[in-house]
Design a binder for this molecule. Structure first.
Ligand code: PHE
Length: 450
């Protein structure tokens, strides 16, 4: 039977699309504030360890499953296990995670879109301290009209791209947006590190202070590596399902991980030197880029322009991730229910937008509604980052390391592969023993068992 599934036009197109999924709010919003809250360079070191030992092997494993089965996560597990209900439900968990993550991720992405407009209107210019920006952020995010409007706008952008399909939508947009993102971030890093007094911030990022390690730092670093690489929910599996058997999975995985890590590090070098140069503290938490940065730009020559550039950068990063989340859901619906891509994308984009409304409102109207001390946004983030993704990642590594026949794993991975046999064996060893043990440890700790 002829396989009619769409494919990436080129290997570069696949790498940029997958790197686009990985590079996102996780790199530019979450990574810098985690670095700031967890002792600077030492957090970065642990993060790099997680990326190298868990990240690369897990990325290879996910792409391999997708490319072999050529299906969405549910269909992939069904075809590789001959319909084993347990594994099929793991694929389903991935699609569910797509719903959960996209619904809250899209709200923050909407804020970044809104902040482009606020920056254009120059509302931050008269603000001399971060408290004023924080107050503005509080009132904007609490305004149902403002945040629902922009999250709708952002969803429309994602829907349009996904409607055009793999090559004309995802690949084409990633080939344009990813280089743009790299150019913008390099410009902003150069602005930051050339400010007088920026050296302190650079030192903070490279001088490792081991006394700052707490047990929790290790967990946070690993969890972040996971989220940042889009692991554990089938996004890379779905993108892998459009990959040619002639291309080298391991080589692509290394490129994707390298790009993601590079952007996270650059985001650190974009923010901290400027922060230190202007005498501010690094421990600002999640509010860092919405409360502190807008005001920070006031003290920088050319700040008006750089501020706009920054929020465009943030929106681009978010967009290449939201499309990958929407593609997981779309691929599932299109494969399984034979609905047309256009209709599936519009319907499910709209449904996810609706689920996102309470998330947006949880910063305003329904902010008092709390379960276990978390608002609706907090619950969605906790469910995804601390439960669904680690659980998915754990099971995916167990599947590849223990359940799938070893000769099948090897022969499928060898297609197009350019790495040597000993490296292939090292990968298998990591995915079989090291990755599941580390994830299990992180998972149990994050739900409070250790
Ligand atoms: N990796 C994305 C980021 O860092 C988030 C993401 C997670 C995207 C899971 C897709 C799947 O922002």
């Amino acid at each position: 039977m002829i396989n009619q599934r769409e494919q990436w036009g080129s290997k570069l197109g696949f790498i940029l699309a997958a790197a686009g999924s990985a590079v996102g709010l996780g790199n530019i919003w979450k990574f810098p504030y985690l670095v700031g809250e967890n002792g600077g360079a030492v957090f970065i070191l642990l993060y790099l360890f997680g990326v190298l030992v868990v990240g690369i092997p897990a990325v290879i494993a996910e792409i391999l499953i997708g490319r072999t089965a050529r299906k969405n996560p549910v269909g992939s597990f069904r075809s590789l296990t001959r319909g084993n209900p347990f594994w099929v439900s793991i694929g389903f968990l991935g699609v569910l995670a797509g719903f959960v993550i996209l619904s809250y991720y899209n709200v923050i992405a909407g804020w970044s879109l809104g902040y482009i407009i606020e920056s254009l209107k120059n509302v931050f210019a008269p603000m001399e301290n971060p408290e004023k920006a924080a107050a503005l952020f509080g009132s904007l995010s609490a305004s149902a009209r403002w945040s629902v409007f922009y999250s709708f706008g952002f969803m429309v952008l994602s829907v349009i791209i996904i409607m055009f399909g793999v090559q004309k939508g995802i690949e084409k947009s990633s080939k344009f947006l990813m280089p743009l993102l790299l150019i913008f971030i390099v410009i902003l890093v150069m602005r930051g590190v050339t400010l007088p007094g920026s050296m302190k911030g650079i030192k903070y990022l490279i001088k490792v202070d081991f006394s700052a390690i707490r047990p929790q730092t290790v967990l946070l670093a690993l969890g972040q590596a996971f989220f940042s690489l889009s692991l554990g929910m089938g996004a890379l599996m779905t993108y892998g399902s459009y990959m040619s058997k002639k291309d080298d999975i391991a080589g692509c995985a290394v490129n994707i991980v390298a790009l993601d890590t590079l952007v996270a590090l650059l985001a650190g070098f974009m923010i901290f030197p400027a922060l230190f140069a202007l005498g501010m503290q690094p421990e600002q938490g999640p509010a860092l880029i919405f409360n502190i940065l807008p005001v920070l730009f006031n003290s920088i020559p050319g700040g008006y322009l750089f501020r706009i550039l920054f929020f465009i950068l943030l929106s681009i990063a978010a967009l290449t991730s939201t499309i990958s989340l929407l593609e997981v859901i779309t691929a599932y619906v299109v494969d399984e229910f034979k609905i047309s891509r256009k209709i599936a994308t519009i319907c499910f984009g709209f449904i996810v937008f609706l689920i996102g409304i309470p998330v947006a409102l949880s910063f305003g109207l329904i902010s008092d509604l709390k379960i276990f001390g978390l608002n609706f946004f907090g619950i969605m983030d906790f469910l995804a980052s601390n439960i669904l993704l680690p659980l998915g990642g754990l099971l995916i590594s167990i599947f590849v390391g223990w359940v799938w026949k070893k000769d099948q794993v090897y022969s499928n991975l060898r297609e197009g592969l350019k790495i040597s046999e000993p490296l292939l064996n090292l990968w298998f060893f990591l995915i079989r023993f090291v990755v599941p043990v580390i994830i299990l440890f992180v998972f149990l700790s994050s739900i409070g068992i250790f």
